[in-house]
Write a protein that binds this ligand. Structure first.
Ligand code: TRP
Length: 458
């Protein structure tokens, strides 16, 4: 039943350990960290939120990453193939379709925000953002995001870049681009943090991120932190499952999971420091949500010494982060089409790019011409976002941890986590991970799920 069938021949594989780390961390580090984390932390109590967030990364993040890794690396198959190979109940593989559908929904609304990022990167790099004409970016953003064709153009360009990457082999596409973009991303982040250190508002920014007011920890904050950790670590969609299916059998799964969790959290915290120091220095009014990065920051860059440099670096950072994340979302359906229907990667990538553009265009138009096309008061963008984040991701997370924690044979799971006993990972670490996978993460995720559906309120 759980035999490792030997049909790896035609399958891609990451060539190096650096490639494995760059690609998986690249999937995790994205708009969720640099754009989402700072304002969510801001709205939910700063340091208090951070503590709850860290607890969630440990209690849910690491076990679910390991669960996805066991399924992916244990089978070297796409999500449907993995379930088909591992689960006794054949119908269970239909679960894989949830991931495929959720990936299409997420990549659709993600590409809209990534398209905005692309436009802003060009604005920044061309010098228009900081040319001193004193643009009011609040208005600019409103006009841009609600216009019909301009955001669509950027969506097509963004997904075009994605297509260029994912239509190639794993090594020449995803691995190569991650190996270039991720080190650059960390260098940019480091340079920007050093610059923040010299800003007048640095202490205030730090205070904000780390000062802890425990009275601010409410059940809602806990739920928000869990949701944020989930999205930020790319959990529940099978991104990490599909990437791990390209790992070699020598890869240390628990260590890789820990590296992803640490680096992803580090990027979120450093982005918070950069953004809050800048806000404090320029006494900018903090607008939450998209406004923070797309309305407030550009105005701040306009007033900063060497604003051109900082604006360009910041938006390049955001662009790299979003590209390395969106390719991981696209890889889920591409691997599925490529392996299940035996078509080439290029054709699979072409099909998915067209589907993603179509989905993203709908999401984008829901800010402008289609803003009145709502269901229960939610626009198309909101509905895609809600279905993916509040329904499919938690559902995926619960299923992955239950299947690995309860359905698969124990010796198979431990075999994967220890590379059949060849790794010297301490026993208590493995036991803790499996315990969390069985008892803790499914329950906690179920709470987020029910809360998201409005069935569970405080
Ligand atoms: N984690 C990425 C971010 O922080 C987004 C992302 C990529 C994602 N793959 C995912 C989110 C899978 C949920 C599930 O922006």
């Amino acid at each position: 039943m759980q035999d490792k069938s030997n049909n790896k021949v035609a399958r891609g594989e990451f060539a190096t350990r650096l490639g494995v780390i760059a690609a998986t961390v690249g999937s995790a580090v994205g708009l969720g960290n640099i754009w989402g984390f700072p304002y969510t932390a801001h709205e939910n109590g700063g340091g208090a939120f951070l503590i709850v967030y860290l607890v969630c990364v440990f209690l849910i993040g690491i076990p679910v990453i390991c669960a996805e890794f066991v399924l992916g690396r244990g089978t070297h198959k796409n999500v449907l193939g993995a379930f088909r190979q591992l689960c006794r109940y054949k119908t269970l593989h239909y679960i894989g379709y949830i991931s495929i559908l959720a990936a299409v929904l997420i990549v659709s609304f993600y590409s809209v925000v990534a398209g905005w990022t692309f436009e802003y990167t060009i604005e920044a790099v061309s010098g228009a953002m900081t040319s001193g004409s004193g643009g009011d970016y609040q208005e600019y953003f409103h006009e841009f995001s609600t216009s019909a064709w301009k955001p669509i153009l950027w969506i097509v360009i963004f997904i075009g870049v994605n297509f260029f990457i994912v239509s190639r082999s794993i090594q020449k596409g995803i691995e190569k681009i991650s190996n270039i973009m991720m080190p650059l991303l960390f260098v940019i982040l480091f340079v920007m943090v050093v610059n923040s250190f010299f800003l007048d508002g640095f202490n205030q920014g730090i205070n904000f991120m780390f000062s802890c007011d425990f009275s601010k920890i409410t059940p809602t904050v806990v739920i928000k932190a869990m949701g944020q950790a989930f999205f930020s670590l790319s959990l529940g969609l099978s991104c990490l499952l599909i990437y791990s299916s390209y790992f070699t059998d020598e890869e240390n799964l628990t260590r890789t999971a820990a590296i992803i969790a640490v680096l992803d959290t580090l990027v979120a915290i450093l982005s918070g420091i950069i953004i809050f120091s800048a806000l404090a220095t320029y006494k900018a009014e903090n607008v939450g949500g998209p406004g923070l990065v797309f309305c407030v920051l550009p105005d701040i860059f306009g007033n900063m010494p060497f604003g051109y440099v900082w604006a360009s670096l910041f938006f390049l950072l955001l662009l790299f982060a979003s590209i390395t994340s969106s390719i991981s979302m696209l890889e889920i359906p591409i691997a599925f089409i490529h392996e299940e229907f035996k078509v080439s990667r290029q054709v699979a990538a072409m099909i998915m790019s067209v589907v993603a553009i179509a989905g993203a265009v709908f999401c984008s138009l829901s800010f402008g011409p289609l803003r009145d096309a709502t269901i229960f008061g939610k626009t198309i963008f909101d509905i895609f976002n809600f279905l993916a984040e509040c329904v499919f991701l938690p559902l995926g997370g619960i299923i992955f941890s239950i299947v690995v924690g309860w359905v698969l044979e124990k010796h198979f799971v431990y075999g994967q986590l220890t590379n059949n006993g060849t790794l010297r990972t301490p026993r208590f670490i493995l036991k803790t991970i499996v315990f969390l996978m069985r008892y803790v993460s499914p329950v906690l995720i179920a709470m987020v799920f029910l809360y998201g559906l409005g069935l569970f309120d405080f």
